[in-house]
Design a protein around this ligand. Structure first.
Ligand SMILES: Nc1nc2c(ncn2[C@@H]2O[C@H](COP(=O)(O)OP(=O)(O)OP(=O)(O)O)[C@@H](O)[C@H]2O)c(=O)[nH]1
Ligand SMILES: C[C@H](OP(=O)(O)O)C(=O)O
Length: 210
């Protein structure tokens, strides 16, 4: 098996702009990428591709293969799937709460397709056993799209139910989850930028920059 991480650094995570400046977002997305790569490697995944834009932005010191595509997310991933002939784990770069145990649990599942839903209808991870019998359609409730595509392509599906893996970091309030449950570089960075109070129930204070 191999893993692919779609990654766009330029103006990354625009929905976080109420909390982080452009420079901070472009730095933070790199830390999240590093945390995802670290968890994959710790789980024993040694073939990791980062599928990125022609402008690149993938740090040189990461032990990954870099693949460029000028296409949008869906076209880039579907083009990539046409080039592989082994099971592929498609994992987004904005999942710093992922652990090596999540990866091991997902890759142990025997169904043709494992879907990890993202909050609000997205898709955070897909483990595609038969890349020639599946295609992706991200955005617009992609979780529903991917369940439908699996049915159309007669692929058996396992929906992986996980709070931490359903938490992709899209909006300022998601940063709270990194403070509470994170580890690694993303947590250190977010802890250093935003304060956390504990008065009875854990409370996180995010001071918005706008
Ligand atoms: N290769 C590639 N990856 C992309 C592209 N757009 C998004 N991604 C990656 O796909 C994953 C999910 O994307 P989003 O959650 O929409 O991230 P984003 O586009 O940085 O965030 P927003 O600007 O807030 O929508 C992340 O890992 C992104 O880095 C793209 O055009 N090409
Ligand atoms: C890529 C997209 O991410 P979201 O906009 O849901 O974070 C999706 O999961 O379909």
């Amino acid at each position: 098996m191999r893993a692919v991480i779609p990654y766009k650094k330029q103006n990354a995570k625009s929905r976080l702009s109420p909390a982080l400046t452009l420079e901070e977002r472009e730095y933070f997305v790199e830390l999240m990428l590093r945390d995802v790569v670290e968890s994959l490697q710790a789980a024993g995944v040694n073939k990791i591709d980062v599928l990125t834009t022609p402008q690149n932005g993938v740090p040189d010191d990461l032990d990954v293969d870099i693949i460029f595509s000028e296409h949008d997310l869906n076209k880039a991933i579907n083009g990539y799937l046409e080039t592989v002939d082994e099971p592929v784990l498609v994992i987004m770069a904005d999942l710093p709460l992922v652990t090596p145990q999540h990866i091991r649990n997902i890759t142990d599942i025997e169904d043709d397709l494992v879907i990890v839903p993202g909050k609000g209808g997205g898709t955070n991870v897909l483990f595609i056993k038969n890349p020639d019998s599946f295609y992706v359609r991200y955005y617009d409730s992609s979780y529903i799209n991917h369940c439908r595509i699996a049915q159309e392509m007669q692929q058996s599906v396992h929906v992986f139910d996980s709070f931490l893996l359903s938490t992709d970091i899209d909006e300022p309030q998601d940063l709270v989850e990194i403070m509470l449950h994170g580890h690694g570089l993303s947590k250190s960075y977010i802890d250093s930028k935003f304060g956390m109070e504990d008065n009875g129930r854990a409370r996180v204070r995010v001071s918005l920059c706008q």
